[in-house]
Design a protein around this ligand. Sequence first.
Ligand SMILES: Cc1cc2nc3c(=O)[nH]c(=O)nc-3n(C[C@H](O)[C@H](O)[C@H](O)COP(=O)(O)OP(=O)(O)OC[C@H]3O[C@@H](n4cnc5c(N)ncnc54)[C@H](O)[C@@H]3O)c2cc1C
Length: 382
Amino acid sequence: MNESARVAVVGAGAVGLTTAFDLAERGARVTLFERDAPGGGSTGRAAGICYDAYAEDIDVAVADRAMARFRSLSGEGGFTFHETPYVFLAREGDDAAAAALEESVERMRVHDRAVSLVGADELADRFPIRTDDVLLAGVAENAGWADPAAYADLFVEKCESAGVEFRVGDAVSLRTDPPGVAVDDVVTARFDAVVVAAGVHSRRLLADAGHPIALKPYRAQALVADCDYRGPTVYDATDESYLRPHPGGVLAGDGVEPVEPDPDDWDPTADDWFVADALDAVRHRATVGDAGGSELELDRAWAGLCGATPDRNPLVGAVADGVYVAAGWHGHGFMWSPAIGERLAEAVLGDGRASIPDAFDPRRFDGDEEFAVVEGMTLDGE
Ligand SMILES: Cc1cc2nc3c(=O)[nH]c(=O)nc-3n(C[C@H](O)[C@H](O)[C@H](O)COP(=O)(O)OP(=O)(O)OC[C@H]3O[C@@H](n4cnc5c(N)ncnc54)[C@H](O)[C@@H]3O)c2cc1C
């Protein structure tokens, strides 16, 4: 496709905004369609945790590029990337998690990740967190966090400077032969290619246009609590919870619900059980040294949707001639978006496959597969 191609991007989350900018930077004439506000979907609800602690070649390549780009963007507009190590741990008595952790750290090190395996004492020497219950921990140095809303704001500005046309306020539907986008069944314009980056709504959009994809939404939750936490990002594999420093104190999350919500009718408020559990998890981990977890006060809590696929790899690439999808991130869509935008832009403007690995090809599934949702943050390095 020639570089001055007309491309529609549907969805102004982290993925759609980055892709729209990367397409425009390469000369494409881009229109970005967003039904609500840019960054107002899952992106505005994400915890913003980023790391390169992966064990598969493609995940490592994507994470490496994403981390480098986050760092190079840091300081632009209101966006900051905060360098913060990522600690993932198994508690005493959880031998299965410790074994999985050890194995995943070994695989990460084969891929040259800066990850070490430490015991409770070494962890206590380094970080102001409770460690007396820790059996084994991994520490990933190449990690940090950023505010996903600030990233979205920055990319709105960058898209505008690069000439991307924004069409905000209408939910669009798809036309696939030829590629196009319609509002209230009226086709808005012809495009050479359409990229669907509509998060968990991508499934319905594509299915209505005759291209089912294997994507299931699931609900995840997070909260911000007021306290003085200056420790690392911590994922407790035994408790299946995480926390990271936040300007307001601490951000804690998980609360994954094992039921499939309707992406157009779901509860965006956090459940009481989640708030109680997450505050307990913070009190448990952040009560030593400078952490001051005992002074904990809930600031706000919320829920959001993530997308799952049968094999936990995302769906990135063409589903039909000139029609592309980028969805199914298992809770990693923010941290991968800087790398996915570039690869997708090159694929759309190049030969359609150039920089997207087969492992991400959305057509590896028929779209009608039965599968159970496995959430993103686990110990197997994915
Ligand atoms: C509680 C929670 C914590 C998370 N923490 C992390 C984390 O720490 N790190 C991480 O990497 N990821 C995290 N995630 C996952 C992350 O939020 C997503 O993977 C990421 O935001 C996906 O971005 P996206 O651009 O694909 O989708 P979205 O941000 O959902 O954007 C899709 C956009 O498409 C628009 N849209 C949908 N349908 C239409 C239509 N028909 N017409 C026009 N527009 C449409 C929507 O309004 C939306 O703005 C978390 C998610 C949750 C819920």
